[in-house]
Unconditional design. Sequence first.
Lengths: 397, 332
Amino acid sequence: MNLDLDEADAAFQEEARAWLRDNVPAAPLPSMDTAEGFAAHREWEALLAEHRWSVVSWPQEYHGREASLLQWVIFEEEYYRSGAPGRVSQNGIFLLAPILFEHGTQEQQGRFLPSMATGEQVWAQAWSEPEAGSDLASIRSTATRDDARGGWVLNGQKTWSSRAAFADWGFGLFRSDPAAERHRGLTYFLFPLDAEGVTVRPIAQLDGEPGFAEIFFDDVFVPDRDVLGAPGDGWRVAMSTAGNERGLSLRSPGRFCAAADRLVDLWRRQSGTKQGRRDAERAADRVVDAWIGAQAYRAYTWGTVTRLAGGGETGAAGSVNKLFWSELDIALHETALDLLGPESELRGEDAPDAGWWSDGYLFSLAGPIYAGTNEIQRNIVAERVLGLPREARRGER
Amino acid sequence: MRFALTDEQQGFAEVLDDLLTASDTPGVVRAWGEGDAGPGLELWHRLAEMGVTGLLVPEEQGGLGADEVDLVVAFEALGRHAVPGPWVESVTLLPVLLHHTQEDQLLAGIVSGETRATVAVSEIAPLALDADVADATFVLDRNVLRHGEPGEVRRSIDPARRLFPLTPGHEVAAVDEPTVAKAHDTAVLACAAQLLGAGERLLDDAVAYAKQRKQFGRLIGEYQALKHALADVRVALDFARPLVHVAALSLHAGSQEAGRDVSAAKVATGGAAYAAARTALQVHGAIGYTAEHDLGLWVTKTRALLTAWGTPARHRARVLDSLMPLPEMPEA
């Protein structure tokens, strides 16, 4: 057991750190959920890609560096430590791309991956529907075969689609076999959000910004070449990265380590003020617990990296992971707000730390809900990790 | 970078687990608590034969010269099986303290399993564990190690922890500060590993019970209320474990952050194990609350270890202090 970086990894870390130091915008970009902020984040993605930092683990031909998993973790740590902007391409590069690499045709890979890497095409996920949230397999949106045109016709509604308000393309599951039930008869589709028959209606989130949207499909034609994996095999295809999303790629430890360091710094500042000292004293244990939590997540990830490098899989452990970071994120931001006292409710430029904590807090509240609610994750941990009996579900007894 | 136990360490863990599983440790614990140390001492000798008592003693002094990761593997097994006795004192604190002294004979006795030693440490372990079965009893007052004369036994909520006040006697050695600090940290780390093992055992037992106990015509493990509580314990233990290993590596490397990392491990394992104890008891219900059921042996031990070798408050304060002058994250 050792935590030493070899020469190549240390050099990679140094290179990433130096580039970020010289290139990260000094002032934070506007929120990516505004038109102006979305454009600014897209430009940032282009700059990252130009210097091959946008998708470090991808092959060279798609703007990557073929970095190892460990190097990816190192990069993420440096990235968030440097205060770099959030990733507007996240849905594409971390959720869709792994599926494209695993199940996509070479033609699809060549067509989609480069523009995803540069931010030229930003992707939105389209999983949930009004009647299919935690129970994702009860999807009702349909795909009807159109042999004449060589493709499928999509109808129905998706909702809570992150980034859809400004994104270019979407990906999601549709019921292609109406006779099949639940996990069967679903197909994975890729579709441009400006296609004929697609209507995107932004939804303002708790923070007031249109971070997600509803997507309506009214006879939207999708050619066969934009089907990912085999028709009817969509559930299996989609689930092949669910573990990735919850397990590693969605929220890397770097984010939390950087936030925990900022929390410690905030604690120190508040302890030095007359008004803040009392609150700081009371919050000290929670500051420590948040810092310990970030360290635990960091070390846990090294274990995951070691296991995956040895041929292991994330599997249901991804759910353990998601429970931990989503709760940690809230605890971390709640503690910061408590430290800020009466100023904690302020947002915007003239708020403490330019609103970094209040924005982060609002964002953290979504963590236990997206990527599968924490209740669903606890069921998965209980049934697939601990081996507890499956709960009897309606119609199964 | 390779953050996983080696095959040898995993093998060591399995061998210890097999031995302890076959040793009726609940029976050993009960006898120990009633003052019958016989079965416990027999087990002590068997563990000594496997090298547990000599882990931290250098090879030239007859020990194994193993590292801190090996140590936490062993102590996790001791915690998992609630093995009674002054293990932390004999196997971690004293060997580290006495490393540079002339106490070769005492160390040789510890390695062979012939000698059990215990020690009271000002502030973090003011009462000495199992002084009645120890052949050598010490008081560590800051950096001075003295012989200690045991007084009357004090009862713990963990019946297998027999605690004794010691009256300091003549000086054995004055030990340099870094060695004292390392000895402290090694003891705290061993206790953290015991907590981790105890927590894993409590979770295992609770899950096993939830898979066979039926109420309202269903296995209670089907109910989300229990599932979610047990899942939370799994999460807490999974994220405490790597902190124990990080702390072991820090201690081994003589890192400046060793004290901080050890304290973080103690806080995390204490919290996780205590949550495991509360949840396991709740899952078992009334049967778990009986003296007859073995669950209570771990429930009470976990509560005792939570504040042994430094309270959570003390360790949190140490982490916070360490973060103040140097808020930077350590390098990977």
